[in-house]
Ligand binder design. Structure first.
Ligand SMILES: [Zn+2]
Length: 207
């Protein structure tokens, strides 16, 4: 077993009991265990990857919520893709939009679809999607962690959270899909931290 695999196996196991500490615990979450080889997400099973893909997201900043079937029969559905690009727009930067990297959508969907297997069907919270350069710069000036050349500005990154799901589990899972960088942002406030997922170089960091 690789160290990475061991890490997630451990973190999934350790946090399974505490996942829903302050909410109703779905019975299936009690059985939360990683598949035999979670880090080779391709081997999850063929069914997992070929089924129609529905993404359910919330934008806490704007209060929007949507459940969108965006991929079917091996193809992205254009109107749904446009809708997702709109949802991932810069809500703090004049609502500007950009074409979101479909690979990023795949990571978001894969993450949500995977945890759904354990009875966790809460929508994915998108804290930040596309950012205009001005918006990104403003965050930097406010002391919010944002890279100078952030992939958010290219539509290739999202900061996400799944309510009540431990950040380690979420980040480990995102990393397991091996689609790009993963940033772990732990915070001690009531809402917890978030995970940055992008489609750049495969790397991991703590912010
Ligand atoms: Zn980010």
């Amino acid at each position: 077993m690789t160290a990475r695999r061991a890490f997630l196996k451990k973190s999934l196991f350790l946090t399974a009991a505490g996942l829903f500490a302050d909410t109703a615990l779905p019975t299936s979450a009690l059985a939360l265990e990683p598949p035999p080889d979670i880090f080779d997400a391709e081997v999850l099973d063929l069914d997992f990857w070929v089924k129609p893909r529905v993404l359910e997201v919330i934008r806490p900043a704007s209060g929007e919520r949507a459940k969108i079937l965006y991929w079917k029969d091996g193809e992205v559905i254009d109107s749904a893709y446009q809708e997702l690009c709109h949802l991932l727009r810069d809500v703090n930067g004049g609502n500007k939009m950009i074409a979101i990297d479909p690979k990023l959508l795949e990571t978001l969907w894969g993450t949500q679809a995977f945890v759904a297997r354990y009875g966790i069907s809460t929508p994915l919270e998108i804290l930040s999607g596309y950012r205009t350069p001005e918006s990104n710069q403003r965050l930097r000036e406010q002391g919010v962690p944002a890279a100078r050349k952030s992939l958010h500005m290219d539509g290739r990154a999202a900061d996400i959270r799944i309510p009540h799901l431990d950040s380690n589990v979420l980040g480990g899972l995102v990393r397991s899909f091996q689609r790009g960088g993963v940033g772990f942002y732990y915070r001690n406030d009531a809402r917890g931290g978030w995970i940055h997922a992008d489609t750049g170089l495969q790397r991991t960091w703590k912010g």
